[in-house]
Design a protein around this ligand. Structure first.
Ligand code: GTP
Ligand code: MG
Length: 309
């Protein structure tokens, strides 16, 4: 493994420490007998639910274990490895870096409820793309708060990305139209569109989001090429309701899970992918520009159960 890859996995493990401690405690509380019998498997299923993986994923995982090792002696590390394999199976999806070169500009629409980390994630992605010599334009589609526009401009300054913004209160769809034209004119590879945080039950804002998407389709029928829903890992199972609603309104194509560093609820990523079938694109592991990683199902699954990479 390259040094870079080892470094990333070490950071992932550090970020997921609270979650893996939680999973570890749950496993330890079950594995007093060292035997994977029916009773232990039932307890393990409850333990996985207790680690925020949700009932459906917990049932799927224990079913797979039941088929493999019924009534045999087993060590803690063996159970961790088996769990990691089954978790990875749930997480593994169409995960590849986005096909940025397939469209110019490749339009990534970033959505989610208030405060989940949309603007910060956009800044981090801009930074990562810039490091790969891609030209990036940022659309300040959160026109509600003056501070939001400023926040995006700061990220623009840090990363060298062009920021297209209008005054507070301007029409978000119009702003996004302008930003697309600007990105096209300046030869950007990627247009990252920030949006206002909206609760999934606020119809007006949800309508506005639908309008942003309609406007994008007018300038490029294939856009947005990615509609990324940001969910905050600390909200655990609440993220599931957000995913369901945003999927209906905006046709979400990927998830990014933020704030994994501050929570023991990393298991919720398993519940979210099991329920939605959506690929996780990035994970957020802190507030800094470097604290974003492409989601690696194997690395994530192993870190979550506390195994070495
Ligand atoms: N610890 C941690 N904090 C994060 C992460 N991502 C974002 N944050 C913090 O979460 C807070 C909200 O981030 P924003 O990017 O402003 O969230 P937003 O979704 O744009 O918020 P609104 O525009 O108000 O809807 C900020 O304090 C960020 O620094 C992360 O991965 N880890
Ligand atoms: Mg924001």
């Amino acid at each position: 493994m390259s040094d870079q890859k080892t470094g990333l996995l070490a950071r992932l493990r550090a970020g997921l420490r609270k979650s893996s401690d939680r999973v570890g405690e749950q496993i330890a509380s079950v594995f007093t007998k060292r035997r994977l019998d029916a009773e232990t498997l039932d307890e393990l299923e409850d333990a996985l639910i207790g680690a925020d993986m949700g009932p459906a994923a917990a049932a799927r995982i224990t079913k797979a274990l039941r088929a493999q090792r019924h009534d045999k002696d087993i060590t803690g590390d063996e159970i961790r490895a088996m769990l990691a394999t089954e978790i990875e199976r749930i997480l593994a999806g169409p995960e590849v870096p986005p096909p940025y070169s397939a469209h110019k500009p490749y339009v990534s629409l970033v959505i989610g409820v208030n405060g989940v980390g949309k603007t910060t994630t956009i800044g981090k992605i801009a930074r990562a793309l810039q490091a790969q010599d891609m030209k990036v334009t940022l659309a300040a589609g959160d026109t509600f708060r003056a501070a939001a526009i400023e926040q995006l401009k700061i990220w623009g300054g840090r990363t060298g990305a062009t920021v297209v913004a209008r005054a507070q209160g301007a029409d978000a769809a119009g702003l996004v139209f302008d930003a697309y034209k600007e990105a096209q004119a300046n030869g950007s590879d990627v247009l990252l569109v920030d949006t206002a945080g909206r609760l999934q039950n606020k119809q007006g804002l949800m309508d506005e989001l639908a309008k942003v998407i309609r406007v994008l389709k007018k300038v490029d029928p294939s856009a947005p090429h990615e509609t990324m829903l940001i969910v905050d890992a600390t909200t655990g199972q609440n993220a599931l309701a957000q995913i369901d609603t945003f999927k209906q309104v905006a046709g979400v194509t990927s998830l990014t899970v933020t704030k994994l560093d501050g929570t023991a609820r990393g298991g919720a990523v398993v519940a979210a992918t099991e329920r939605s079938g959506l690929p996780v694109r990035y994970v957020g592991l802190g507030e800094g520009a470097e604290d974003l990683q492409y989601f690696d199902p194997r690395g994530f699954a192993r870190a979550l159960v506390g195994l070495e990479p």
